[in-house]
Design a protein around this ligand. Structure first.
Ligand code: NAP
Ligand code: MG
Length: 402
């Protein structure tokens, strides 16, 4: 069989622990036999980040800017334990944080749906994608405790030295205060990422804030979205037959629960933090959540939403068999290959990636799955298999589809 050819390299960001093992297996079992895989490889494994003083993470992000599409393996975010475990020079920053800052992107998370794993919300038939604004608000706040008798004010000192003040509260008894900020540019990038991703996948965008209560802060988000939509996206949305819909966060929650799914829900930072966990749990499994970082100018970085599955990795190191779910990592690869195929006009590559997704879903729906899914699946005849056997079973389905 002639292998599928690629023209532009995919930026490949390798990672850590169990997902690094899965990464290699996916390439060996499901990609290399069929594709003349052209990647620019960056080893974001913690040892190499340490050896390069984290330069490799920055280089991989710049390469993504250059080529437009990346696929990333889960990576360890260093903490005090990891500094000891790996003898690190420094507690390196989260690679995802570094890459997101360089690409100025928004993260879109959506579940992979399969028969037998029914969402807890029975009306949900299609995936709900959460887009979380990843800058500011309470994540960059300044807080104080305030003693009784104190007066708290908001003070802005402008470039010309003049001041603008507003009373927060006259504290007769002790209390607390918090200062939050966001910046127009970041909100604009968030809006553009949401609208361009919606056009890409052909889905409606819902956006929600609490602008009735927060008449300047949240209202600014609403206004920026509306302005950008009208000036740059409205026509394209109408052509594509999709809509942009704004509503209050509490109304959005009620509508989401009653909906069928199949849209993008754009959320402010905190709402996105909370709602993405709610949506992921309600759809069934973190191991079935995909994630893609999209920049305002349409650069894509695909990954799984879960981490490096450390507990399984330690079992693997002891020579024990693991049953780790590779679906989300596999869909990171297929998402990236499809996007590369679309940009480079390679229908064979796009078709292969779609068939690989189909093969993996067919495998799970035929009852062959890893332990995490077997624990949730309502299929009558299910078999729990190990990490590698699952990928070999997917390959059998793939061979039939090709
Ligand atoms: P995790 O790797 O997502 O795993 C947490 C637990 O969820 C696992 O122990 C496992 O449960 C289950 N799980 C997650 N993915 C699974 C899969 N593919 N198949 C089967 N079960 C799965 O989170 P963590 O253990 O909190 O974090 C481990 C490391 O990952 C940390 O160093 C963290 O910094 C990093 N991390 C990276 C990313 C990223 O790169 N995007 C995201 C999150 C975390 P059982 O043990 O019960 O089987
Ligand atoms: Mg959270």
């Amino acid at each position: 069989m002639n292998k599928i050819q690629m023209t532009t390299p995919l930026v490949e960001m390798d990672g850590d622990e169990m997902t690094r093992i899965i990464w290699k297996m996916i390439k060996e079992i499901l990609l290399n036999p069929y594709i003349d895989l052209k990647t620019e490889y960056y080893d974001l494994g913690l040892e190499n980040r340490d050896a390069t003083d984290d330069k490799v993470t920055f280089d991989s992000a710049y390469a993504t800017k250059k080529y437009g599409v990346a696929v990333k393996c889960a990576t360890i975010t260093a903490n005090a334990d990891r500094v000891r475990e790996y003898g690190l020079k420094e507690m390196w920053k989260s690679p995802n944080g570094t890459i997101r800052a360089i690409l100025d992107g928004t993260v879109f998370r959506s579940p992979i749906l399969v028969k037998g794993i029914t969402p807890f919300i029975t009306t949900w038939k299609k995936p709900i994608t959460i887009a979380r604004h990843a800058y500011g608000d309470i994540y960059r706040n300044t807080e104080m405790t305030v003693p009784a008798g104190a007066k708290a004010e908001l003070v802005v000192t402008k470039a010309d030295g003049t001041e603008e003040r507003a009373l927060i509260h006259d504290f007769e008894t002790s209390g607390i205060i918090q200062g939050q900020h966001n910046i127009d540019k970041s909100i604009e990038s968030f809006a553009r990422s949401c609208f361009s991703y919606a056009l890409d996948v052909g889905q409606d965008v819902w956006f929600s804030t609490k602008d009735t209560i927060s008449k300047k802060y949240d209202h600014r988000f609403k206004d920026i979205f509306q302005e950008i939509y009208e000036s740059d996206y409205k026509e394209e949305f109408e052509k594509a037959g999709i809509t942009y819909f704004y509503t209050l966060i509490d109304d959005a929650v009620a509508r989401v629960i009653r909906s069928e799914g199949g849209y993008i829900w754009a959320c402010k930072n905190y709402d996105g933090d909370v709602m993405s966990d709610m949506v992921a749990t309600a759809f069934g499994s973190l191991a079935m959540m995909t994630s893609v970082l999209v920049s305002p100018e349409g650069i894509y970085e695909y990954e799984a939403a879960h981490g490096t599955v450390q507990r399984h990795y330690y079992k693997h190191l002891k020579g024990e068999k693991t049953s780790t779910n590779s679906m989300a990592t596999l869909f990171a690869w297929t998402g990236a290959l499809k996007k590369r195929g679309e940009l480079d006009h390679l229908p064979a590559l796009m078709d292969f990636a779609s068939k690989l997704e189909e093969a993996s879903i067919q495998t799970v729906e035929s009852g062959i799955m890893t332990g995490d899914l077997a624990a949730l699946s309502t299929l009558p005849n299910k078999t729990t298999i190990d990490t590698e056997t699952f990928l070999r079973e997917v390959n059998k389905s793939l061979v039939r589809l090709l």
